[in-house]
Design a protein around this ligand. Structure first.
Ligand code: BG6
Length: 472
């Protein structure tokens, strides 16, 4: 059953889908590419990135499917170690050629490429050489990498600098930390360095590609108070400060929020800020902000002397091992009794989507692009090779419905890139947890045929795009 929606999406609205290099490409140590930090740290119980979805091999098939789906845009990331196997210096021509072919084909099919420069995949050699994001040396290397991309792919109109800077510091497999330095201190140093790298990318883009649009992609989770208790209401505000507005204000205003800065100083974990840093960041205002939205969170106040719990990767492969973000003295996440959950216990909250889009647009008055949104779940291939993923259709429909309400509220949104185009290696949960419109015939242990099979959601989204969001 489809639902008729009012016509609120502009005629040039970018209906798309998203992926990231290390999650789909495979060939992770082939054709000149070297290892990245995220590939090295992936959960060893799940599929490894050597094949992933086989996209390096089957990219043409995949783009043909995008055309069939009717995509107007495709968000993908370029792998830094595929372009620069030593992190800097010598360019891997085979890597450049791969992305060149991809972009050419997308353009031929009138699919707008939206390119993420950095999606968790720092070259491992830079981690070993100087500690990766903990050293300011990475800023020059990142800028040099951007220079290569802006030179070879100067026909790309939309760029995303860094994916989910906000989440990177919470998840141990996305970054490597030095055990000899206090963890919290390191996190905020790295965050500052990464913000400078993001700013340098924007400056360079303005010089080399003055007509292109560029912005970050941020993982956003709105926080609700667990109760009407004033302590919980403040806890929700503090969670937003620490997990969202810290990053948004740095990107959009080039400032540390006073609450966050004071918290960092009080705890002796403030980053080193050099004289020109804030000018560099302030003068790099993004054209738009990419929003990755999957869920909301409920938080309650927890006192200073409560235990600090670090988020862990579920090494035992159990997907019911829910963990809650916690910062003693400020807030701790907990379950929301009013929202349904995904199989992996993520809160399903389409109204939270409308809420946070309004909130961000009100505060920053900058166009938004939805760079990720989707349902990760188990999909079952039937004997006659079909995937009836009604749950995913419901999830996407409810979110698109709220998206159009946000547009009606006055929020400017350029596009919608659900996660993900094809099934891929989930960052936290391997191949069991699937997100795609297209099923990939493989599992964590067995490569199988890698056949591409269209799910029910593929045919549903095809109609959504063809009707410009009217037929949901
Ligand atoms: C985002 C990432 O955090 O969420 C993606 O940008 C990731 O890379 C997606 O795949 C879903 O998370 P997960 O852990 O379920 O794969």
């Amino acid at each position: 059953m489809s639902v008729q929606a009012p016509h609120l999406f502009s005629s040039d609205f970018l209906w798309g889908a998203a992926t990231a290099a290390y999650q789909i490409e495979g060939a992770h140590l082939k054709h000149g590419k070297t290892l990245s930090v995220v590939e090295k740290n992936m959960n060893k119980n799940y599929a490894d990135p050597s094949i992933a979805s086989g996209h390096y091999q089957y990219w043409e098939k995949d783009i043909a499917l995008m055309k069939e789906l009717g995509l107007k845009a495709y968000r993908f990331s370029i792998s830094w170690p595929r372009i620069l196997p030593d992190g800097r210096g010598k360019i891997n021509q085979e890597g450049v050629d791969f992305y060149r072919k991809l972009i050419n084909k997308l353009k031929e099919y009138e699919i707008e490429p939206i390119v993420t420069i950095y999606h968790f995949d720092l070259p491992q050699c830079l981690q070993e050489e100087y500690g990766g994001w903990s050293s300011r040396k990475v800023i020059d290397d990142f800028e040099a990498y951007c220079q290569v991309l802006f030179t070879y792919f100067d026909d790309v109109n939309y760029w995303l600098t860094i994916n989910e800077q906000s989440n990177m510091f919470q998840l141990p497999y996305l970054m490597e930390f030095n055990p000899d330095i206090p963890l919290e201190k390191q996190k905020y140093e790295m965050n500052h360095i990464m913000t400078l790298a993001h700013a340098k990318a924007i400056h360079l883009c303005r010089t080399l590609l003055p007509n292109a649009k560029i912005g970050p992609a941020l993982g956003i989770i709105p926080n609700y108070p667990a109760s009407p208790k004033p302590e919980d209401t403040l806890a929700a505000r503090h969670a937003d400060e620490m997990r969202t507005y810290l990053f948004m204000d740095l990107y959009m205003k080039g400032e540390y929020r006073p609450f966050v800065w004071n918290y960092l100083v009080e705890n002796g974990i403030e980053p080193t800020v050099e004289p020109e840093d804030m000018t560099c960041i302030q003068s790099a205002k993004p054209d738009f902000i990419g929003i990755n939205y999957y869920q909301s969170r409920v938080v309650k106040f927890i006192p200073e002397d409560a235990d600090k719990k670090e988020l862990k990767l579920n090494y035992d492969g159990q997907d019911d091992d829910t963990q809650y973000d916690n910062t003693p003295g400020l807030f701790e996440g907990m379950t929301n009794p009013f929202t349904p959950k995904t199989r992996w216990d993520w809160e399903i909250d389409p109204i939270g989507f409308r809420y946070i889009l309004n909130e961000l647009y009100d505060r920053y008055q900058v166009p938004l692009m939805i760079t990720e949104n989707g349902l990760g779940t188990l999909d079952e291939l039937t004997a006659d090779k079909q995937i009836h993923d009604q749950e995913r259709i419901d999830f996407l429909r409810d979110h698109i419905w709220q998206l159009q309400l946000a547009i009606k509220d006055g929020v400017e949104v350029w596009g919608y890139m659900p996660w993900s185009f094809i099934d891929l290696l989930s960052t936290s949960s391997g191949f069991r947890k699937r997100y795609g419109f297209v099923y990939i015939d493989r599992d964590d242990k067995d490569i199988k045929t890698l056949e591409r099979i269209k799910k029910d959601s593929f045919f549903w989204y095809q109609k959504v795009i063809a009707s410009n969001g009217c037929q949901l």
